[in-house]
Design a protein around this ligand. Structure first.
Ligand SMILES: [Zn+2]
Length: 267
């Protein structure tokens, strides 16, 4: 098991990967790791996440209050968002927030990632909803994100960025990479005339693989209303409009229907 210093070093390493991949600009983004129910490590505000060393890392309690921080370092201004995830998802050990270009562009355009276009994204993420806009550092973002926490392991933050979380720091970071890759593929395939989506049957077979693997975390395949009727879910809910056909902007229709389904689910 890693000691605290090793975890701090890993946070710095992941910070470098986030920065080097262009998933943040300037001092943006933040990372946290749960040590136990009352102690969490988090990145400081006001520093580039690409150039951190272990002494930059702050320690906070479950309310986000500082337990330990070296002079000149203050915990991330988004710590409330991280703490809400830990509170409502006891399985989560790490939270990553960044502003990757493609995912954030979808979040700004108000388009959730719902089209099933590649196996890995369907298995790992299902789809990625958009949590309603909130002012950074207030309770607005935690409240908006809260609705989606029990159903997804990654969400877009409207007009802001993306949030991912998982049972380890590396897994939470990988979720962020997967969200961005999915968003980039979706964007670029739209430039090429629009993606050819996987069929409902293909999606259902991928969900089956996910179940067989016994993958951890939350996934929309496990919760959808249609799923309860033994029908394929999530993408296929949005996919009810696949037969609606003629619209050029099918993605917008799917996004709208997915939104409605999510509202009906109380999500
Ligand atoms: Zn942000």
């Amino acid at each position: 098991m890693q000691n605290e210093y090793e975890i701090k070093k890993e946070i710095c390493d992941i910070g470098k990967r986030i920065y080097n991949r262009g998933m943040v600009a300037s001092n943006d983004g933040n990372i946290s790791v749960k040590l136990n129910d009352h102690e969490f490590l988090c990145t400081p505000t006001g520093v580039s996440k690409g150039f951190m060393t272990p002494e930059f890392i702050c320690k906070v309690n479950e309310k986000g209050e500082v337990i330990q921080a070296n002079p000149g370092f203050k915990p991330s201004s988004e710590i409330k968002m991280h703490m809400r995830v830990y509170k409502e998802r006891p399985d989560v050990q790490s939270v990553v927030h960044a502003h990757p270009i493609y995912a954030t562009s979808f979040a700004i355009a108000g388009i959730p990632l719902t089209q099933p276009i590649m196996p890995e994204a369907v298995i790992a993420l299902g789809c990625v909803p958009i949590a309603e806009y909130g002012t950074p550092s207030t309770e607005e973002i935690p409240d908006a994100v809260s609705k989606y926490l029990q159903y997804f392991d990654a969400v877009l933050l409207e007009n802001h960025g993306a949030l991912s979380y998982s049972d380890s720091l590396l897994a939470a970071y990988h979720k962020m990479e997967s969200v961005e890759f999915y968003a980039q593929l979706l964007y670029q395939s739209r430039m090429l005339g629009g993606p050819k989506e996987l069929s409902k049957q293909q999606v259902e077979r991928l969900y089956e693989i996910r179940r067989q693997f016994g993958m951890t975390g939350k996934h929309p395949a496990d919760v959808c209303v249609n799923n309860k009727d033994g029908k394929p879910s999530c993408h296929s809910c949005g996919g009810n409009c696949h037969s609606a056909g003629a619209s050029d902007d099918k993605a917008a229709v799917i996004a709208e229907i997915t939104k409605k389904v999510m509202e009906q689910l109380g999500m």
